[in-house]
Structures are given as structure tokens and as C-alpha cells.
Ligand binder design. Sequence first.
Ligand code: DP6
Length: 327
Amino acid sequence: MSKVTAKAPANIAFIKYWGKKDEALRLPLNSSLSMNLSHVFTLTTVDFLSDLAEDEIEMGGEKLVGEEAERIIEHLERVRKLASIKLKAKVKTKNNFPKGTGIASSASGFAALTLASTKAAGLNLSEKKLSILARLGSGSACRSIPDGFVEWLKGNSHQTSYAHSLYPPDYWDLVDIIAVVTKKGKKVSSAEGHGRAESSLFLSARVRAMGAKVRLLKKTFKEKNFTKLGEIIEEETLNMHAVMMTSKPSIIYWLPKTIQLMLAIRQWRQEGLESYFTIDAGATVHIICLKKDAGKIKEKVLRLRGIDRVIVNYPASGAKLVKSYLF
Ligand code: DP6
């Protein structure tokens, strides 16, 4: 047993995971594709200690209790079972970005926890096994394990549903400019939202078209066709949010600023500045552009009033061990 720290990126999905085939195993209804992000990440230190009566979890300097803590403890249980140990763990974790706003904190969080806790427990899992394990903590976390541009294969069983790298981070100079429009966390968690997907009449149409959409996006990546990529990701965003909005009960993650940004992005395109929006489960807008245009677009975003924070991201590696400790 030893103290271990891992760093894992959040990721932005170009083709999204919304709705589960198997709730407990977090098997998704469709495969998804994402890019790991360089400037939004979680750092987590884990140590299994003999003098602890229960797991101690601290997030952002505060002791974590309730449902969030339970979800982490469940994950530690999975690791203890795999490593055949009984020791309780001390866990300290921090994000460098606001939680629950549509930047995938559960993705970076469970990816970092998976890598740090398995290593701390003396396990040496392959990337595939880490991705499978991370998926049980949070579906999107399995995509934060491999490097760069990643595909999560939906699979049809626990062992066949995992993420793998399609291309390394330096394959394509895409940029994700995150425009955070509110500091407040969302009211409906994505874990809860997934459960409502089935109640939308639009879900079956969405799922039916997914195989072809994934194939098309992969082709677009191969050809590095940015305009085509943009068209696909905007359609995909509106498609997923249509399912969210028509669920029972309905979920509207957008705020007025979200829509203002979506329309501004389309206006800038008409003026010759090419970028596209994508939005996860929150009000935050991710603006996808090429590196050559990132400076100009960032300036334009900052000129709009009421944007809380702008974070510029490049494609990044997946979860990694680091040498510093949080305790
Ligand atoms: C809209 O991975 O957060 O960001 O498996 O319940 O933890 P759980 O859900 P989560 O869902 C992410 C939903 C999304 C789309 C995506 O990242 O693919």
C-alpha cells in the first residue's frame, strides 16, 4: 500500500451519452466520442491506511458527506474487492473548475479516483480495465482514461463497454473554449437525467440514428473535415437536449446566456469566423474551433456581458499519475 496521486482531465463529448441500457453497470444506449481537455481537471490523492475506521473523503478542502461521498465509497469498495483488501482509505480531491455546471466533473473525478485508488491498493490495471472500472463510477469517466480523442464503445456487457483512444492529442489542433455562464450547479444531476431519457418520445429516434452518426463522425475525424465536424456536433447537442426537454419531468439545462451564445456563434460563422457549440448537462457552452481562430473567438466571448468565466482547452492526455500529494 502506498499514497498515490492521479490527475485526470474532464472531457467534452462530440457524440453524447444520454440514457443507459443497464443502470447498475452504466452500459450506455450508444457509443460516444469525446476530446480530453487540457485546462479542466481533477487531482486526487488516495491512501489505504490501517488506522482508519471508515473512508475519509475531502473535496476542495471540505469533508464530503451524503450521496456524493456514498458514490465514492462504493467505488472504493469495488477497488477493495479487486485487490482483496479491507483497509479504509483517505481520499483528498480537488477540481480546478466549478462543479455541476456542464463541465464533466464526474468524468475527471472518477477517472482520477480509479487510477489513484487502484495504484494505491497495489493493482496495476491495463488502460482497458481502468476504463471499465471508471465507467462503473460515472459513465463519462471511462473516456477520461485514454489519451486525446476517445471513443467509448457501448458494448453489450461489463467487459465489452470501455473507451479507447482514436487519436493522440496532437492529431488535430481543435480548441474547446468553455464559456461558463453561471456559478450555480444544475438542479438535475446527469445521473438522474439519464433515468428520465426513456420517458421522451424522441429517445427511440435518437438511438436509432446513433450508429450512423458515430460512423460519420469517425470519418470526419479521419478526413479532418472541421465544417462537417461542427455540423454534426451542433445537431447532436440539439438532439440530446430535445430528449432532455421532452422527458417527463422535463429538464431544461439552458439559461438565457446559453442561447445567446449559441446564436452569437452562428452569427460569427455568417461573418466568416468558424466555430460550433456543444453543450453537456448544464448551461455552460463549449465552443469548438480551430487553434488559429481561438484568440479572436475568446475576445468575442469576453465582450458579451454576463459570462462568468472563459477557459481555453486544447486536446489532452488521459488520466496520469503525478508526483505531488494533496496530503
Ligand atoms: C450530457 O457520465 O455524468 O455529459 O454515468 O450517471 O455519471 P453518469 O452520467 P455522466 O453523463 C454525462 C452526460 C453528458 C454527455 C456525455 O458526456 O457524453
